[in-house]
Design a protein around this ligand. Structure first.
Ligand code: S3P
Length: 173
């Protein structure tokens, strides 16, 4: 079984993937990093040189290939941290729900804004937005994407979850 960490940019997907990987002793992969290795380019460059549609096709292809590499099993075999948009394009959410557990990290808007305000430069979707403009954009985008994120098997809403709590929720699902 695979564990997929999904959620908006800045929701802590990579942070928790690393913690879970260490604690559960299973390997952690990051979808954006696999895409970048395959393309020999950073995500930011793929967006600007080839466009978002190209990136979404590649993201889907890499996800489908990743999933194919694992057998059906009850045991957790790997953790994959996804990009913020992964669940919202192609049939990625159904693909992930078909082979593992999707965990939506859903901290409050204020936390996302404060994290992304410090760190929006490397994210093409945010295109250097700051302050109130950034907050309005995140609020709108979240509303737009919620419909897909809500298909997750497990939702972590706490602003500061603990590792134990996340593991408990994964186990209890
Ligand atoms: C995106 C989020 C990014 C990356 C790409 C698009 C999005 O991942 O996949 O820039 O559409 O939300 P992170 O959520 O890791 O920043």
């Amino acid at each position: 079984m695979l564990i997929f960490l999904i959620g908006f940019m800045g929701s802590g997907k990579s942070y928790w993937a690393e913690k879970l990987s260490t604690s559960l002793k299973v390997p952690w992969y990051d979808l954006d990093r696999i895409v970048e290795e395959r393309e020999g380019m950073e995500v930011r460059e793929i967006f600007s040189n080839k466009g978002e549609e190209y990136f979404r096709d590649l993201e889907h292809l890499v996800l489908a290939e990743f999933v194919d590499g694992f057998t059906a099993s009850e045991n957790i075999q790997a953790i994959l941290s996804c990009g913020g948009g992964t669940p919202c394009f192609r049939d990625n959410m159904d693909l992930m729900n078909g082979v593992g557990k999707t965990i939506w990290l859903d901290p409050p808007l204020g936390i996302l804004v404060s994290r992304l305000d410090k760190d929006s430069g490397k994210r093409p979707v945010l295109a250097g937005k700051k302050g109130k403009e950034l907050e309005n954009f995140i609020e709108l985008k979240l509303e737009e994407r919620k419909h897909w994120y809500e298909k997750a098997r497990v939702v972590i809403k706490e602003p500061m979850p603990t590792l134990q709590n996340i593991i408990k929720q994964i186990d209890h699902d």
